[in-house]
Design a binder for this molecule. Sequence first.
Ligand SMILES: [Mg+2]
Length: 271
Amino acid sequence: MTESPANSTSRLQPLHEGVDLSAVDRSIRKRAGGMLLLDYDGTLAPFVEQRDRAFPYPGIREMLGELIAQHRTRVVIISGRAVEDLRPLLGIDPLPEIWGSHGWERLHADGRYEGPNFTFQQKQILDSEWDWLQKHFDAARLEHKPASVALHWRGQPAETQTHMQEVLGERWNRYRTDPALDLHAFDGGLELRAAGKNKGDAVRTLLHEIMEGDVVAYCGDDATDEDAFEALEGRGLRVLVRGTPRPSHADVLCPPPDALIGFLSLWMEGD
Ligand SMILES: [Mg+2]
């Protein structure tokens, strides 16, 4: 961390006209109740080569722990990662509420867990593709997540990678036009996901569960957070956590980690 950040909105940058930062500052300080929605990768934690080492920026973990302990703000993590994946990375006890797998999973703050409610067709396809993957590839290259299955070829010899891509591409081509599934190419592999849920669905559900006057903000960095920003239109502050602006539905830009730490500090204070 560099110098101590200002506990205010002073480091946020408006992304459109009509953003009144001092009004935002006041509403957060004077709130009776509040809900802070947070993406994980790229927002609370910097991107690193090893995904399982993507720990929060220094100071973030302690701040979230304190915010939760204050009981004045409902803290909710909304991520594309599986809940089980986030648990050790967050390292907070007690954990906040977590929506994982792009909204397919929900771990309540009291520990109750709701798993994915797939359609029969989605479940059938994910199960059968998992069986097929196991028959055709080494188990070490496979990943079975709550709402997806994936094959990883990173680190394999170039020839093997090409072969894996071809075999899988031919098999999964059938799902390219299937609205029940999404094909997601990532660096070093391909993933088949159940489609139909996004972070916006999670935000809409959460907005139904709070009081009318509760102050709400969502902090996120990438394209999947735009669904959440849209869902929050007119109801909360949309915070784009990145160094430079890009086309977005967000209201303010918040360069991490300093501006983000300043913004979280503001939620910890109160009048
Ligand atoms: Mg992110």
